[in-house]
Design a protein around this ligand. Structure first.
Ligand code: M6R
Length: 613
């Protein structure tokens, strides 16, 4: 939600900032702006994409080696030029960019209005920069002290960067609840600031993740990190794992397609070095460190949002089926507000691609307050969720830029499968030979995903037939019910077609009323104990003239007469089938969205990382 970039050094800032904003556009893309400090403080902003901002800068003075930029996902105030960031103080001496929400902005604004302030925008952010200047003037404080005093009055979440006309060579940034990373440039005195490391990786691999309640001050070519109470902190410098190539489209027309095609590798990377099919051993640090906890766990509570919640639903089947541990799967946003009952021998597992989802973080904090052990299954290295977790595992899927999650989902399911196998081993709910067999099959999954990707041309043709549908229904049972939900979510978020996922047997309890000759129904009917029941469900759809797109196991001809379209995926173990069966659904939604000329990587109203409630 909103991307921020800052630069101070010897290079021209504007180019670095615009490039960085393009990398962060997945976080929000309804307007963008830059502020450049070069004797004066110049602010340029524009409704629309970063490209619109870039075009609007043509012929303008963009000189300056200090600057900051912002790409917005609107919360307070509609997306337009005046609400775009940066925002300025009344004198124009100060400027701020902000990611997050200042929850008490109305109260703060009321006080400022009474003191004669007038506002140009409808945003919470403008209130903050007015407040800072107001404190500097009325309390006669320095900029740094005024920033700390203002932040002390703020309720809510923020990552901010501030520039001041009267403080050249000076950048102040702060974080509470919204991510912020500092990159240490190769030249002395060169620093980068950003919402995540993607704009920084091109210039340096040395970064510091700013913690909640910390302020970063860059002054006289030096970086100082302090708490909001003015206590100096020792920065922890980390080396970035990502590289530039991972952030490029690499010849694909969209990041989403690239990420779909990366899955043989990303799935492999998520179990690489962690399983040994010969011995049946699991090599995961969290499994070793929490061996006793894992063997005594009475209940798992899996929390996440969106696609990550769907991965949790697949894992519910995995943990219950393989390790015989009771599981509850919760939307993080519901869990955090309903005073959940948590026992000391529960284990909470937070699932998140970004590691910054505000609801998931808040749910984890609540669980920790109640004394629970919390694990994180997360993709972005160094993000907030792994830092807040007691243990857990990275999914190692590599950067996911497309707003619609694809490879992150299959990597999450893979890692959760490893945990289920580890618990099955500890609890002896599966024989050692069965564990080895499942591990062996896991090792075969990347190759089978590769095969499933060869279905692309066939799926393209099916997409051509249904691209104008108004609704879609997705049906699955057991392990593949969450896959139906995920297929429906993918379609609606990138093509704007209404789609519903249902457990197939539930169809007759309501959704069947929707079925007519206009309704495409995607049925996941791969070989398992539910297959015959699914055939009956397909009969029910056909009896009402619905169009059936059936995902079946390779070699199954049983539905050839009944279904309108057959998509054959390689055979695998039922518990691993969600990973494979998701692939054709990702491709179907991708092609339909492209045919409808939708912006696949940046669908309307969405943002990759939802860092507000
Ligand atoms: O980064 P997270 O996994 O915590 O994000 C959770 C959801 O916001 C995310 O999965 C969202 O639903 C995606 N757009 C799905 O494609």
């Amino acid at each position: 939600m909103c991307g921020i970039v800052g630069y101070i050094g010897n290079k021209q800032a504007c180019e670095i900032i615009l490039k960085g904003l393009k990398r962060l556009e997945y976080r929000g893309y309804d307007s963008a702006g830059v502020a450049l400090l070069n004797g004066d403080l110049r602010v340029y902003k524009k409704q629309g994409k970063v490209l619109d901002l870039e075009e609007s800068l043509e012929g303008k003075n963009i000189e300056g080696t200090i600057g900051m930029g912002h790409t917005r996902w609107a919360t307070h105030g509609e997306p337009n030029d005046k609400n775009a960031h940066p925002h300025q103080s009344p004198t124009g001496d100060l400027s701020v960019i902000h990611n997050g929400i200042i929850e008490n902005y109305a109260t703060l604004k009321e006080g400022l209005l009474q003191r004669g302030h007038t506002f140009k925008s409808d945003t919470d952010t403008e209130v903050l920069i007015h407040l800072i200047e107001d404190i500097m003037k009325n309390a006669n404080l320095s900029l740094q002290d005024a920033v700390r005093a203002a932040l002390g009055q703020v309720v809510g979440a923020y990552a901010i960067v501030i520039l001041s006309k009267n403080h050249p060579e000076h950048v102040i940034a702060a974080r509470k609840g919204s991510p912020l990373v500092v990159g240490i440039g190769k030249e002395r005195g060169e620093f980068f600031l950003a919402s995540d490391a993607t704009p920084i990786v091109e210039y340096t691999n040395q970064v510091i993740y700013i913690k909640d309640g910390e302020i970063a001050i860059i002054e006289n070519k030096e970086l100082t990190i302090k708490t909001i109470d003015n206590v100096i902190q020792t920065p922890y410098i980390q080396e970035l794992e990502m590289n530039l190539e991972q952030l490029e489209k690499g010849g694909y027309p969209h990041f989403m397609l690239k990420e779909i095609y990366e899955q043989p590798k990303s799935i492999f990377d998520s179990f690489r070095g962690r399983i040994d099919a010969k011995s049946g051993n699991i090599n995961m640090r969290s499994v070793r460190d929490y061996q006793e906890k894992l063997s005594k766990v009475n209940r798992l509570i899996l929390i996440g949002c969106g696609t990550s919640w769907h991965a949790g639903l697949v894992a519910e089947y995995l943990f219950e089926d393989l390790a015989r541990v009771p599981v509850e799967v919760e939307y993080a946003s519901e869990f955090r507000y309903r005073n959940p009952v948590i026992y000391p021998d529960d284990l909470i597992v937070s699932i998140s691609q970004s590691g910054e989802t505000a609801d998931t973080l808040a749910a984890m904090e609540l669980a920790k307050q109640k004394g629970a052990t919390v694990f994180g299954v997360c993709n972005v290295v160094g993000s907030s969720i792994p830092r807040l977790s007691h243990g857990g595992a990275y999914t190692h899927a590599g950067p996911e830029i497309g707003v619609a999650s694809t490879k992150a989902f299959t990597a999450q399911v893979t890692v959760l499968t490893l945990y289920a196998l580890a618990m099955a081993k500890q609890r002896e709910t599966l024989s050692s030979s069965r564990i080895k067999q499942l591990m062996k099959e896991m090792e075969a999954i990347p190759g089978k995903v590769e095969q499933a990707l060869k279905l692309n041309d066939k799926i393209y043709k099916i997409a051509e037939l249904y691209k104008d549908a108004k609704n879609f229904l997705y049906l699955g049972r057991g392990y593949n019910f969450p896959v139906a939900l995920e297929g429906a979510l993918k379609l609606k978020e990138i093509s704007y077609i209404h789609a519903e996922g249902y457990p197939a047997a539930e169809m007759k309890h309501g959704p069947i009323a929707l079925i007519d000759e206009e309704m495409p129904v995607v049925v996941i009917a791969t070989n398992n104990e539910h297959y015959e029941k699914l055939v009956s469900n397909i009969q029910e759809v056909k009896a009402r003239k619905g169009k059936v797109i059936a995902i079946v196991t390779e070699g199954n001809t049983g539905l050839n007469e009944l279904a309108d379209h057959i998509i054959e995926v390689p055979e695998t173990e039922n518990c691993l089938s969600p990973i494979l069966n998701t692939i054709p659904l990702q491709l179907l939604s991708y092609h339909i969205a492209v045919m409808r000329e939708c912006n696949v990587d940046q669908p309307r109203n969405l943002a990759k990382s939802v860092t507000v409630e």
